[in-house]
Design a protein around this ligand. Sequence first.
Ligand SMILES: Cc1cc2nc3c(=O)[nH]c(=O)nc-3n(C[C@H](O)[C@H](O)[C@H](O)COP(=O)(O)OP(=O)(O)OC[C@H]3O[C@@H](n4cnc5c(N)ncnc54)[C@H](O)[C@@H]3O)c2cc1C
Length: 704
Amino acid sequence: MIRSPDDCACPIQEVGPSMVSSCPNQFLLFMTILEAYVNGRCDLADPCNRVSSVENVENEYDFVVVGGGTAGSVVAARLSENPQWKVLLIEAGGDEPTASSVPAWVTSYWNKDETDWNYKTEQQQKACLADGGKCSWTRAKMLGGCSVTNGMMYMRGHAADYDGWAVNGAKGWSWFDVMPYFLKSEDNKEIGNGVSGQYHSTGGPIPVQKFPYAPLFAHDVVSAAIELGYPPTSDLNGDTITGFTIAQTQNKAGSRFSTARAFLRPAAHRENLHVLLNAHVTKVVINPASKKVTGVEYLKDGQRKVVDVKKEVVISGGTINSPQILMLSGIGPRETLDKYNIPVINDLPGVGQNLQNHVGVQLSFTLTKEPEVPELNWATAMEYMLRREGPLSATGLSQLTGIVNSRYAPAGGRQPDVQFFFGGYYASCSDGVTYERDNVKDHREVTIYAVALQPRSRGYLTIQSVDPLSPPIMQPNYFLDEHELDVIVDAAKIAYRLANTTIMREKYGMKPTEGYGSDCGESQESPSDEFLRCLAMFHTAPENHQAGTCKMGPDSDPMAVVDMQLKVHGIDGLRVADASIMPTVVTSNTAAPTVMIAERASEFIITRHQLVKRGPDSELETRFGSPEQSNGGQASNEGDRWTFSEFDNNEPKPIENQTKQGQEIWDHRWKPWDKHWQYWPKPAYTHNPEWHKKNDYQQYQHSR
Ligand SMILES: Cc1cc2nc3c(=O)[nH]c(=O)nc-3n(C[C@H](O)[C@H](O)[C@H](O)COP(=O)(O)OP(=O)(O)OC[C@H]3O[C@@H](n4cnc5c(N)ncnc54)[C@H](O)[C@@H]3O)c2cc1C
């Protein structure tokens, strides 16, 4: 009964590789049954809405989006809302497997060739030493990208991140400017229940809410943090930006909502949207004389092919692959391109530079009073099967987080510099047996990851060959600037204090795990700074928030790769839209900010190319005049820059001031989700130059 598939309106097919191979052999039988059950459920398999790969790629499209990951799925879906535009999305991997929608199976598709790029960094001098100095970077290779394999935590970063971007040259990207685009994609299910409508919205494609289940230990950590003096908060994206909480995630009724599921599947039946799966983009084709993009070259089934593009190409290959694709296309540092005999289309030294990632330490604790009863068994599996509740509907302790200030945090406390993540209580694999407490290990281990959010070390990424299938060289330079180590040591001490709170000590008997970190000496309840520094270097938490390799900035910034409309400097018809454009990595997880970037990119493109009729007898025009007036509908880095003085002041502009010949000017009153915009509590987000002078400006100056 349990295994037979639902009677769906469309035939259910298994998608992607099985998750079972990620479990130890002894769990094979139970996990195979469970996965078969999951694969047969209509709501999880979603067969009627699945995207299928296009069989006959047309010769030419209006837009080609490269990479169907977190950002690319959003861009392709948004652009194809216009039925007159033909859009092609090219993704190197396949469709997202059905089992990936089960939150507890979050790690099941990591480190598998079919679904993961399996990247390894260059040898680090001071990091990942327990793994021989090479850190592993899992990056998803499938439709939805890392939004299919990530922890789903919904975090936006802080207002000061975006204000810092704007102050340092990325004008038009202040918190005030970006906030509406977070709201646009959000469908928050808990407004009025822990989160406020002042910061959240409904009606967007991504459902946001807490998982239906959290281990009791997670709630107790929140209480322990309050005992330590951290403010109680149920929303770190709201009023209280520090504290510990069980986070909201991108899930609906206990199943994952990747951007492919949220954005692409509702668009799957559009005739003007083609999705090409298992096709690897090798380069963007650019006319060397006019510097105008003419097409995209890709490999499919071992054959090299080219598709032409009429309007624009958007690269959304992620922080590692986008700069690689640019370099292979002749855009990047001249010396690198010369080294590999790649004809230089544009010498942009910033391509691949400015690589940033959060980094932390993994701390192991033992709950000496808590037996390790497996979270997943037949009973808890039934909870998921029947009601989409219980441990399978959540990610164990990964949904718990804390954001705090270390003693190195910038003054003012508006941009905290430490985030805690937690590991344990996973329900990923099991043999299904319900064990009595007496029959299991009499203690449980949990991990606390203490992570520095404002890294000063900068790395780089470059190609090591002209072979597009060969991975780029990834050099994060972890701890090149020891600032991160200082922050991590301070943060680790907070974690130890958390473990020693009354509730953790008395209820769980929480202690540092014996023998853990023996490379660094003996673990103690109050470890020395030296021990913790050493631990950070051996048991590094290299995080998954890589950013910055196609930095956004004005053309006066020699390291900028894209301008503020995400157009590649000096190239006509090419943009980058993904986490790589962040000038500095935001101070939290990066998925929601990446979606925001994709929403903005889509709107820049729509604004530039969409033709409208201004009256019954008038001609079709772009929103900024006829195609001729707006530079012939062509993207140009020179002719159509925004005039920033127009929106440094956030007041709405009178209509006649909004169109200037040859220039795009942001219209403060035109928002597709206008109902939110008109109620916007402006004073709370108004840019305050005095505050910036005091708190941020200095810090950004020397953190570069
Ligand atoms: C394990 C993990 C856990 C995380 N947890 C969280 C979390 O809980 N919350 C959060 O906010 N953030 C989290 N993040 C970070 C967040 O998911 C990423 O920052 C974000 O998803 C990056 O989006 P992107 O569009 O830049 O890249 P991706 O999502 O990686 O998309 C890039 C896409 O391009 C494709 N591609 C690359 N090269 C080519 C090519 N040559 N041809 C065709 N296609 C190509 C890739 O296959 C991929 O699908 C996590 C990340 C990981 C990896």
